[in-house]
Write a protein that binds this ligand. Structure first.
Ligand code: PLP
Length: 430
């Protein structure tokens, strides 16, 4: 079908699917199957050699997951994507696909705590060094680069600092060196389009805004197709030298007839195959339901969050509100440049009275849920220093932007008067 639509509201409802060819079902079926029948031995051999495209086994591909993959690729403007079991699996696979023992990546220090732990501990145990730099100055990425640097990594709307990542600035520094920029766009689907600013790979935790209802864990990796891996054989050996794990395939050459999908096809057929962090078809179905209303929900999350930011800014017990539209200087300039459809549904604030006041506030909330999640339709709150970020040292807490009195809010879709009423009564108990 020709793409007569280009807007996220429509893409979320239509991209990648029209109807089931056998039953005319309009809703996407849940293909709850581990395996797919081969027509005969030649068919099976062709599928395994990638000379024919088709389903083999649900650890590597599944038709329900494929609809989600096509729809999110369309939403982000990419050429292909890969659904995986969680956001954590998405960041790990995105990196393992091009970096191995002895290599390094340079990452922003403004990261979700789980990503920071993955990079600092598990990646380092695998021999992949992650060099953390302050993204305030994009030049820091170059200063930390050497000939083993395989990627740059940042979070578009980083949780919890909420200072928007300098996407085009870092992408432009890396591109001539053959270094792609991988960004986590979990907190800013629809409101930021990282590929328009030169990012090469996007990952999402679909658990958050894309799912939208707090029901399922999932992740996705999206390939822009905009990076010429073949130009940089020394910098990107994983895609340019024979891959012993796939019959000696040189991915940039082998995949050429299928389009610029060497990166994402390799991720599916080697790392996902070997590590096994596949998304379940049932969860893919749940994320497809979420995508149908994603653009509408983001609009409402942003509108409610702007009002909460204003309310908190004017409250006597609030020291500081951390939200893109109330920032100043370079942080505000980056928010204005990159967040083109609203400033997001997440924010933080520092409460007068430190840790104890922060805990009292959370304990006093009646409607807002106290949970370790973001991007739900319901409003959520947490005190990161004693929960999500509790494994970090005081220095690490400071570099990721979490102070002891910092409270993180994920603003939901309830009526704004009801959201503010709950904060008002909770603040009155301090
Ligand atoms: N990236 C960001 C920005 C997140 O907030 C999270 C989880 O909170 C993740 C990645 C990890 O996602 P998941 O919990 O789906 O593994």
């Amino acid at each position: 079908m020709s793409k007569i639509y280009t807007n996220p509201e429509t893409i979320g409802l239509h991209a990648g699917w029209r109807k089931d060819e056998n039953t005319n079902s309009v809703a996407v079926p849940i293909h709850q199957t581990s395996s797919f029948l081969f027509d005969d031995c030649d068919h099976a051999a062709n599928l395994f050699s990638l000379s024919e495209v088709g389903n083999i086994y649900s650890r590597i591909m599944n038709p329900t997951c494929a609809v989600l993959e096509d729809r999110i690729a369309a939403l982000e403007g990419g050429v292909g994507s890969l659904a995986v079991a969680s956001g954590q699996a998405a960041s790990a696979i995105a990196i393992q696909n091009i970096a191995k023992n002895g290599d390094n990546i340079v990452a922003s220090s403004h990261l979700y705590g789980g990503t920071y732990n993955q990079f600092k501990n598990s990646m380092s145990d695998m021999g992949i060094e992650v060099r953390f730099v302050d993204p305030a100055d994009p030049q820091n990425f170059i200063n930390a680069t050497d000939d083993k640097t395989r990627a740059y990594y940042g979070e578009v709307l980083p949780n919890p600092s909420f200072e928007v990542f300098p996407i085009s600035e870092v992408a432009e520094l890396g591109r001539p060196l053959g270094i792609p920029l991988i960004v986590d766009n979990t907190a800013a689907p629809v409101i930021c389009k990282p590929f328009d600013h030169g990012a090469t790979i996007i990952i999402h935790s679909t658990t958050k805004f894309i799912g939208g209802h707090g029901t399922s864990i999932g992740g996705i990796i999206v390939d822009s197709g905009n990076f010429d891996w073949e130009l940089f054989p020394d910098r990107q050996p994983a895609l340019n030298t024979p891959d012993a794990s796939y019959g000696g395939a040189i991915w940039t050459e082998a995949v050429k007839p299928l389009g610029p999908i060497a990166y994402i096809l390799k991720a599916r057929t080697t790392i996902l195959r070997d590590m096994g962090a596949a998304m379940s078809p049932f969860n893919a179905f749940m994320f497809i339901q979420g995508l149908e209303t994603l653009a509408l929900r983001m609009r409402e999350h942003c509108s409610n969050a702007e009002k909460v930011a204003q309310y908190l800014t004017n409250h006597d017990l609030v020291e500081k509100v951390i939200y893109p539209s109330v920032m100043e200087g370079y942080a505000k300039e980056r928010a204005d440049k990159y967040l083109t459809r609203g400033n997001g549904g997440l924010m933080g604030f520092e409460i007068k009275g430190g840790v104890e006041a922060g805990k009292k506030f959370i304990n006093a909330l009646e409607m807002v849920y106290h949970v370790a999640n973001i991007g739900d339709s319901r409003s959520l709150a947490i005190h990161p220093a004693s929960t999500t970020h509790s494994q970090l040292s005081p220095e690490e807490l400071e570099s990721t932007g979490v102070s002891p009195s910092f409270v993180r809010l994920s603003i939901g879709l309830e009526h704004i008067d009801d959201i503010i009423a709950d904060y008002e009564q909770a603040l009155s108990k301090i």
